[in-house]
Design a protein around this ligand. Structure first.
Ligand code: GDP
Ligand code: MG
Length: 163
């Protein structure tokens, strides 16, 4: 049995970088400039011996401020509905933002399985963010560096029960 994992979170936290690492191909665009990727993107993920479907949520980057909340909510809900598990990423260097709290609220209301990932946590960079992430009330955060491949073993361990 396989599962589907949705990577959700506000723009620029590293969702597409992680998606690319899991899929092993440059399917999702990654850019320093928010505004590059759109909508939802699906790929076949490989994580050691685990095989699953991964969804990258994008499309939140280009919208104007007044439609951001609604569009963010719709896209995230679509991805979460399609998935068995959601990986909610925050930026460990920035910590928990009001936008992250909005996402946490959406995810809590869905009542489905959520794993919190504190990305950009290579070295000691994510120490503060990892502690703050507990305040989201979605369980124990996993420290990750999508770019440098750190914490991938912890992500594996968190996903293993869903195989
Ligand atoms: P998305 O908008 O959530 O899909 O974020 P992207 O994957 O496009 O990444 C946004 C920016 O964060 C890019 O400049 C990435 O190179 C950078 N980034 C992604 N993951 C990491 C990480 O683990 N560490 C650091 N330092 N930067 C990262
Ligand atoms: Mg992206």
């Amino acid at each position: 049995m396989s599962f589907t994992l949705a990577i959700v979170g506000r723009p620029n936290v590293g969702k597409s970088t992680l998606f690319n690492r899991l899929v092993g191909r440059k399917l999702a665009l990654v850019d320093d400039q928010p505004g590059v990727t759109r909508d939802l993107r699906e790929g076949d993920a490989k994580l050691f011996d685990l095989r699953f479907t991964v969804i990258d949520t994008a499309g939140l980057e280009e919208v104007t401020d007044d439609s951001l909340q609604g569009r963010m909510r719709r896209l995230t809900e679509r991805a979460v509905d399609m998935a068995d598990i959601s990986l909610f990423l925050i930026d460990g260097r920035v910590g928990v933002t009001p936008s992250d709290e909005t996402f946490a609220e959406i995810l809590r209301k869905k009542g489905k399985t959520v794993i919190v990932g504190v990305n950009k946590a290579e070295g000691k960079a994510g120490d503060g963010g990892a502690i703050e992430a507990w305040s989201l009330g979605l369980g124990e955060p996993i420290r990750l560096s999508a770019e440098h491949g750190e914490g991938i073993d912890d992500l594996y361990r968190a996903l293993l029960p869903f195989e």
